[in-house]
Design a protein around this ligand. Structure first.
Ligand code: NAP
Length: 227
């Protein structure tokens, strides 16, 4: 069974729809955006920063779950220079992107350990690697995932569980669309390929990590060659 957080929009929705037509059972989580009517039966409302909500979701799906694969797509962004940042908005980024992601991982790990199989894939970002003005909260939340997967990989490798990050560059989907067009042009100019990535690259990388049991604790760049 594949669990996808942030499956109501953007990359999570894209992956949800791809896996819906695969042999795997898929369950999605949304927070504020209602899923499409046809897919409602596969969805649960879960605010990932609320551990009790996460636990209830995992409790609900647990019974029919084998070969659990968790794809953590839920995430938010907040742009501000650090010296002007609204303190609560800054904390909220860490609460959702880092603590929320951990909440879901924490809730699924005991089941994966018992079943001696698991795949956990988190969506991280090139922004944590290169220094982009205005992104201290977002970059810190994603950089945190780099250390998090290393520790959890070591703890669970002997139980058939892998946990990895995909360091995404800029994709033609999701939150990038909220950036004003003139800034999108500036960003594209910094990408060696000069274009935003097609999300099929993310799907291919997720498939690869699902099939591969010897990549663990890694953060893999898929960013069109940004160094
Ligand atoms: N798009 C890119 O180019 C890009 C690049 C690098 C990294 N990423 C990462 O990839 C992931 C997906 O990005 P995206 O572009 O698809 O973003 P998006 O279109 O803004 O979608 C974000 C998703 O996260 C969910 N979400 C937000 N807060 C949540 C919460 N508290 N609890 C549960 N779900 C929550 C949203 O659900 P609701 O709408 O239902 O609230 C939505 O489904 C994020 O982690 C992002 O940081 C994206």
């Amino acid at each position: 069974m594949i669990l996808i957080t942030g499956a109501s929009r953007g990359i999570g929705k894209y992956l949800f729809e791809k896996f819906l037509f695969s042999e795997e059972t898929v369950q999605g989580a949304y927070n504020l955006t209602m899923p499409d009517k046809d897919n409602e039966k596969y969805f649960t409302k879960v605010n990932i920063s609320n551990y009790q909500e996460v636990l209830s979701w995992i409790e609900k799906i647990k019974e029919n779950s084998t070969n659990l694969i968790l794809i953590n797509c839920a995430g938010i962004n907040y742009n501000s220079f650090a010296h002007k940042a609204d303190i609560n908005s800054w904390y909220e980024i860490i609460n959702v992107n880092l603590i929320g992601t951990f909440n879901v991982i924490r809730a699924v790990l005991p089941i994966m350990r018992e079943q001696e199989f698991g795949r956990i894939i988190n969506l991280s970002s090139v922004v944590a690697q290169i220094g982009v003005a205005g992104t201290s909260a977002y970059a810190a939340s994603k950089a945190g995932l780099c250390g998090l997967v290393k520790s959890i990989a070591v703890e669970n490798a002997s139980k058939g569980i892998t946990i990895n990050n995909l360091n995404l560059g800029y994709y033609d989907i999701g939150m990038i669309k909220e950036i004003p067009e003139k800034f999108q042009t500036v960003i594209k100019d910094k990408i060696p390929t000069k274009n935003f990535g097609n999300p099929i690259n993310i799907y291919n990388a997720v498939e690869f990590l699902i099939k591969t049991d010897y990549i663990n604790g890694a953060s893999i760049d898929i960013n069109g060659g940004i160094l």
